[in-house]
Design a protein around this ligand. Structure first.
Ligand SMILES: *Cc1c(COP(=O)(O)O)cnc(C)c1O
Length: 389
């Protein structure tokens, strides 16, 4: 950027910059007293993990709320996903997945002796493109692992069709998709298993935490055994399991948050509306399309920055916003296919590469004041205008 632009940014930041850091997200925390009151019975019983009362209650409440037949809570989403691969006995071979995701989606494959085969993303979205899957299926393909990126559902019907024809299981990384509904039904009913993450950066959080949802009682039962060391009785260990259990402190935080969840989604919906109003006609900025048949959770606000029209590229916008104390995130850059440890044989992934170079996620969380979202949108517009002079 030229020096005139830089000095104008400095002047603008001096008057419009935030006095404190505005993060891309903040955890949705209930009042601490609510957490303590919820936790107290477990504390008094001195039963703080291993299928405690709070754990059982949270599992039941979440299965009901999310509209899934079976749900297993986990210590985090990554271990839940790892367990899902083991539940399906996936060992050795290839799994078709997307490069446009968080590293955990792919790293668990390596932990199971599997390897990723990357499929490019949709021409008009950020999810794995079903049209690219079939050409990648080979004799050692074991499963398909798509991600509902930003909580927007994948083309679940097309993926099911391909998976059924080839006899492949489907595991969805639904880390972003808590509460999302597709045609009035939970997005989690699709695939053999779906993983949720309750990490502090997600819309529902237990600090660390996660879940596996399934409609299949046998897979559910196997996940339950595997997340508890493979133990089925005091003297019987039927499989080499691991410790994936959620504890009572985590469950208390989750339970205390349930009442406020709808209000929190409503706040994010309003923030989403503010950003859209300000940015949707801005040249060179493309916003995320919300499909008509989806009830979204407004977990993220990704903006696609096209330098030729906007005047700045994504990286310059990202850096410039830091001068205003606005901390955006490049979800997902770098692509999983370009991590040095992720040496999969990969054809070209032009759409994923373009997305990774152009997407910026703006601050989005329930407690973000609406006035701040207005200001962030206004600053981004002003920077575009300034750069295009
Ligand atoms: C957060 C996230 C994970 C990991 O979940 P944890 O609960 O942090 O282990 C996996 N995949 C995606 C797409 C995520 O965003």
């Amino acid at each position: 950027m030229n020096t005139a632009f830089k000095s104008q940014v400095r002047a603008m930041a001096a008057s419009m910059g935030f006095p404190e850091a505005v993060y891309v997200t903040r955890p949705n925390l209930p009042p601490l007293d609510d957490v303590m009151n919820t936790l107290k019975p477990a504390w008094d019983r001195r039963w703080i993990t291993n299928d405690g009362e709070l754990h059982i209650r949270l599992e039941t409440e979440l299965a009901k709320r999310l509209g899934v037949p079976y749900l297993n809570l986990f210590c985090n989403g990554t271990v839940a996903l790892l367990t899902a691969l083991k539940v399906l006995n996936l060992e050795e071979g290839a799994v078709i997945t997307t490069p446009f995701t968080f590293p955990a989606t792919v790293s668990v494959l390596y932990w199971c002796g599997l390897r990723p085969v990357y499929c490019d993303i949709q021409p008009d979205g950020y999810n794995l493109d079903p049209a690219g899957i079939e050409a990648l299926i080979g004799p050692d393909t074991k499963a398909i692992l798509p991600v509902h990126v930003y909580g927007i559902p994948c083309d679940v019907a097309a993926i099911k069709d391909i998976a059924d024809r080839h006899g492949l299981p489907v595991i969805y990384d639904a880390a972003h998709a808590f509460g999302v509904r597709l045609r009035g039904e939970s997005v989690l009913v699709h695939g053999d298993l779906s993983m949720l993450s309750f990490h502090a950066t997600k819309v529902f959080t237990t600090a660390e935490g996660g879940a596996l949802a399934t409609g299949n009682p046998e897979l559910h039962q196997r996940a339950r055994v595997l997340k508890n060391f493979g133990i089925t009785g005091e003297e019987s260990v039927v499989a080499p399991g691991l410790n994936g259990k959620m504890n009572e402190m985590q469950a208390a935080l989750g339970l205390a948050q349930l009442d406020g969840l709808d209000a929190n989604t409503e706040k994010r919906r309003r923030l989403d509306g503010i950003y859209r109003r300000l940015l949707q006609h801005e040249p060179g900025l493309a916003l995320l399309d919300m499909p008509r048949d989806v009830d979204p959770n407004y977990a993220y606000f990704p903006v696609r920055v096209q330098e030729a029209l906007f005047g700045l590229n994504r990286d310059t916008l990202y850096e410039t916003l830091k001068a205003f104390n606005i901390q955006c995130r490049k979800y997902f850059y770098p692509l999983c296919s370009s991590h040095p440890w992720c040496s999969a044989k990969t054809g070209t992934l032009p759409r994923a590469e373009a997305a990774a170079d152009e997407v910026l996620c703006l601050p989005m969380y329930g407690q973000l004041p609406e006035a701040w979202a207005e200001k962030i949108g206004t600053i981004i517009k002003s920077l575009g205008s300034l750069a295009r002079i």
